[in-house]
Ligand binder design. Structure first.
Ligand code: PDD
Length: 283
């Protein structure tokens, strides 16, 4: 049986009692994070918790704990469930209140829910690569907020899955933004391109680690959006996220990227990323 965090308490999963009037349930009025667990400890926990608090600020939601207390809550949850290789999912909603669009007044306590799960590293996809489908990005204009409102992302991912693809490459017109649940990168002429961290994308924690890895392996980075028009001019393409790590994208819309095999820069980045995980786990 799994232990979950519900507000301030660790309880058995069956004991949770989510209200029908939780604003997360009714409006998607809340925020979330997914944090990787390697060898029983959280990877880049500080960065994820900082981003959660930033998302909270951006939607004017108050989390009534210090970041240190919040970190300890996640730590205790992982320990209680004895997670080895997995993830923590945590969400915070604006709380329970009779349904009305504006914020509850007087304000109510937020609702925090978190659970853990064993999630294997996607080693086969990391080695072989995956395929993707281009999908128009019809999401709202605050994709920098890790909001519970994921309908645009869900519909895009489904469209990709319907075609047997692993991920959607989202684009606003000719401009490639990111994936439905990942960031996107291309390598062209020995330079890495990725959308700048604006309101059009979520600034992935994995993305930030990858940009450090680029510096370490001597791959120049240009934070400039790629265009659909020159999509196939890229020799390499890949995606990143907390759970997926770095996955080569070898086909887009059934056409190969480069040689149709994972590229050498992508493989080097995977190795640099792996070294960072190992260093963090040993620390
Ligand atoms: N998604 N962009 C979007 C839209 C995402 O949903 C995610 C992550 C990312 C990558 O961010 P990070 O490297 O911090 O995981 C980019 C998570 C994993 C999810 O919703 O499951």
């Amino acid at each position: 049986m799994s232990i979950i965090l519900w507000n301030n308490q660790l309880i058995n999963e069956e004991e949770i009692n989510i209200s029908k009037e939780d604003r997360g349930y009714q409006f998607g009025d809340g925020i979330y994070e997914v944090i990787r667990v390697y060898d029983g400890s959280m990877y880049t926990a500080k960065e994820h918790i900082d981003r959660l608090y930033e998302s909270a600020d951006k939607i004017r939601l108050i989390i009534p704990h210090t970041k240190d207390v919040f970190h300890k809550m996640m730590y205790d949850l992982i320990e209680a469930n004895e997670v080895v290789t997995g993830q923590v999912y945590v969400q915070v909603t604006r709380g329970v209140s009779a349904r009305q669009h504006q914020f509850p007044s007087p304000s109510v306590e937020c609702v925090i829910t978190a659970y853990t799960k064993e999630v294997a590293r996607p080693v086969t996809q990391m080695a072989n690569g995956v395929s993707a489908k281009t999908v128009e990005d019809v999401r709202w204009l605050r994709c920098d907020i890790k909001s519970l409102n994921l309908l645009g992302n869900v519909l895009a991912k489904q469209e990709a899955h319907d075609e047997g693809c692993f991920e959607a490459v989202l684009h606003r017109g000719d401009v490639i933004t990111e994936g439905s649940s990942s960031n996107m990168y291309g390598v062209r002429g020995g330079v890495l391109y990725t959308h700048p961290a604006t309101n059009y994308i979520l600034n992935g924690i994995t993305r930030r680690v990858i940009l450090e890895c680029c510096e370490e392996i001597g791959l120049p980075v240009v934070e400039e959006a790629m265009s659909l028009t020159n999509l196939y001019d890229h020799e390499e393409f890949f995606m990143s996220s907390t759970t997926a790590e770095i996955l080569p994208i070898i086909m887009i819309d059934r056409k190969p990227i480069g040689t149709g095999l994972p590229g050498s820069w992508t493989t080097k980045l995977q190795a640099a990323f792996e070294a960072k995980i190992n260093k963090a786990v040993l620390a």
